[in-house]
Design a binder for this molecule. Structure first.
Ligand code: CA
Length: 439
């Protein structure tokens, strides 16, 4: 499948570069396919949230990330990035005409190039870019959505927008109008800042304050992306969710210096380990081993925190149990559980980080339990009464049962509207049919 190709590319990029970024995409808890696409090919990072139903949304978002990654150079040039997004728009329209995907398919696109401390972004739709600076999270991009228009006009509050029936209506997307242009942003960022790109599957499930707390708490970018996605899933996972985290690491000279220091350190550690194995003199190696940590599954099937490294090195074992928790591995997200159960366990950079992660898992499980409890009680109350809250829940139930979310164009304002397109039914310029997910 085309999507896995993109993900592979993202993973390859991740392996070959310094670990200053992380990413994850997940189908969520109710959708049957993932229409989001992402690319992590530093200095380029793109998140695209496709729409149009089965075999269409994912085609549109895939074309967007592919075209952009082929066209941009490694320079943070906003105009060039903007032109690549415009070409992606034309490519999606052409693909639909030529029978690839479906007429009316579209996608959001949030593309960023982070070169040293210079950040440029090209934006269409309601996927977002945020910056964490001095521990404070700010939304960099402006959504092209009905809700953003209504909030700016003072008609509703952001809190009301979160539960508004038209919350998924977007007013600009790739795949509709060949003249569509992206909003461009050029920002000077600072060493230590963190960039977040995400689809609305994250921001509709987690409040900005929750996202900010996770980004402040978890320094490892991959772990941070995992915990954010897990958070969206724990909150219901009603939509596909995609997260890209990139740490700002100053200019390239500095990055190169970091690499060479790390290389020397790694060589030193290996030498020390060798000395340790041969002579038994262990102070240097043990300092490293004392610092590093991993999570593994205990005999009781719960999460256990170890100091050191799993397995053995030249017949020696360097691991020590720090804490055996009560958290069942089986209650974690699939990816976290797989990683913890694997032979190598889930490696983290320090015992402190491992314990912080355990706290996060514990909070997530408690939150999930609380939500399940409140859901089962609100489900029974929704059946017996039709309060406003009850009606909202009914809607979610419909969603759960697999009704297609379909973002097609509304007649007048060029907006995408799942509600209206459901009513519109069959084809015609700019609208699409909802049949895919029942197949
Ligand atoms: Ca979405």
């Amino acid at each position: 499948m085309a999507k896995s190709e993109t993900q592979l590319l993202a993973e390859r990029a991740g392996e070959s570069a310094i670990a200053s970024f992380g990413s994850r995409t997940d189908v969520g808890c109710v959708r049957q396919q993932n229409e989001d696409s992402l690319i992590v090919a530093p200095p380029l990072f793109v998140v695209a949230d496709g729409m149009g139903g089965h075999a269409a949304g994912e085609v549109a978002s895939e074309i967007a990330v592919k075209t952009i990654s082929e066209l941009v150079s490694t320079h943070a040039d906003a105009e060039e990035l903007g032109r690549a997004v415009e070409q992606a728009n034309r490519d999606i329209i052409t693909a639909a005409v030529e029978g690839e995907g479906r007429e009316g398919m579209g996608t959001t696109c949030t593309a960023a190039i982070l070169e040293g401390t210079r950040l440029v972004i090209a934006q269409v739709g309601d996927s977002r870019a945020y910056l964490l600076h001095d521990k404070k999270l700010s939304q960099l991009t402006r959504d092209h959505s009905l809700m953003a228009n209504m909030i700016e006009a003072g008609q509703i509050t952001p809190e009301e927008a979160r539960v508004h029936p038209s919350r998924s209506v977007i007013t600009r997307a790739l795949g509709n109008d060949p003249e569509t242009i992206p909003d461009l942003y050029e920002i000077n960022v600072e060493d230590g800042d963190r960039l977040l790109l995400c689809s609305d599957g994250l921001t509709s499930m987690l409040e900005d304050a929750e996202i900010q707390a996770v980004m402040n708490r978890i320094s490892d970018p991959q772990m941070c992306a995992d915990v954010l996605v897990d958070g969206a899933l724990a909150a219901g996972g009603l939509d596909n969710v995609t997260v890209v985290i990139a740490n700002v690491e100053g200019d390239r000279k500095q990055a190169r210096r970091t690499i060479s220091v790390r290389t020397r350190l790694t060589a030193l550690i290996l030498l020390l380990l060798l000395v340790l194995c041969i002579g038994g003199a262990a102070w240097g190696g043990s300092a490293y081993l004392h610092h590093t940590a991993y999570l593994a599954q205990s005999e009781q099937g719960t999460v256990a925190v170890y100091r050191g490294v799993p397995g053995s090195v030249l017949g020696f074992r360097y691991s020590e149990l720090v804490e055996s928790t009560e958290i069942p591995v089986g209650e974690l997200s699939q990816s976290a559980a797989e990683s913890i159960r694997s032979e190598k366990g889930m490696r983290v950079s320090s015992v402190e980080e491992a314990l912080a992660l355990v706290d996060t898992y514990r909070a997530e499980i408690e939150e999930k339990k609380a939500k399940e409890q409140s859901r089962s009680s609100s489900a029974s109350s929704a059946r017996s009464q039709s309060s406003a809250n009850g009606e909202d829940y009914e809607k979610d139930l419909t969603y759960d049962e697999g009704e297609e979310e379909l973002d097609a164009y509304a007649e007048d304002d060029e907006a995408y509207s799942e509600e209206e397109s459901d009513a519109a039914g069959t084809s015609g310029s700019g609208s699409a049919e909802s049949e895919g997910r029942t197949r």
